[in-house]
Ligand binder design. Structure first.
Ligand code: COA
Length: 183
């Protein structure tokens, strides 16, 4: 099955949701999720991320279907106020599978992976992206700057946020700590 069956927000969690590290074989399915979400896929950049041991790319699967994906990014240099270091590098969930915990599970897995690697994790987001900002709130991300761009990513509408969460101070509620089936 290539296309997820639409599900409503009232359907609750997803039985058997599996989060696992992406492989090159997942890239076509990732591109399908992006296309459904109206977001571009940078295939070569993503291929490099999958092969890079300093970054994590993960996919969320419901049965045979990839319903979302996410990655981390490691910036070797600072860019103005945006420091070098590990960033949550983007998360996308197929529109038919949203509000069922997939974005939360993809973020929890990345933060667990980064925990032993770094004492702080950064995240940039368009100031208009209320869904993403709400999704990340449970991990205690604090806004440290606002700017039209960070690390050469420009934000539609002109304002992006840079947020940071310290591993030692990170508050994770029960939802964030729920073990991911198969993850
Ligand atoms: C942001 C996104 C990844 C969320 O994925 P998701 O699987 O729907 O997220 P979850 O089901 O885990 O939601 C967790 C919490 O985030 C918040 N949230 C998620 N979507 C929201 C929305 N549309 N509006 C407001 N809050 C939202 C809620 O607090 C939600 O908890 P609740 O459902 O109990 O109210 C998804 O909307 C998406 O792919 N958006 C397009 C891509 C994008 O903007 N990515 C982020 C770039 S930084």
């Amino acid at each position: 099955m290539d296309e997820p069956a639409p599900r409503g927000p009232s359907d609750g969690g997803i039985d058997g949701l599996e989060i696992r590290e992406a492989t090159i074989a997942d890239l076509a399915a990732v591109a399908r999720v992006d296309a459904a979400a109206g977001r571009p896929t940078h295939v070569e950049g993503l291929r490099a991320a999958v092969l890079d041991p300093d970054r994590l790319v993960v996919v969320a699967r419901a049965g045979d279907v990839v319903v979302g994906w996410a990655k981390t990014h490691l910036f070797g240099r600072s860019d103005g106020v945006a420091p070098a270091g590990h960033y949550l590098g983007g998360v996308t969930v197929h529109p038919a599978w949203r509000r069922r915990g997939v974005g939360t599970a993809l973020t929890a897995v990345r933060l667990d992976w980064l925990g032993p690697v770094t004492d702080r994790v950064h995240y940039t987001v368009n100031a208009r992206n209320t869904a993403s900002i709400a999704l990340h709130r449970r991990w205690g991300f604090q806004e440290v700057a606002r700017a039209p761009s960070f690390h050469r990513v420009r934000f539609a509408g002109g304002v992006g946020l840079l947020l940071t969460s310290r591993t030692s101070a990170r508050h994770v509620d029960d939802a964030g700590r729920t073990p991911v089936p198969g993850g």
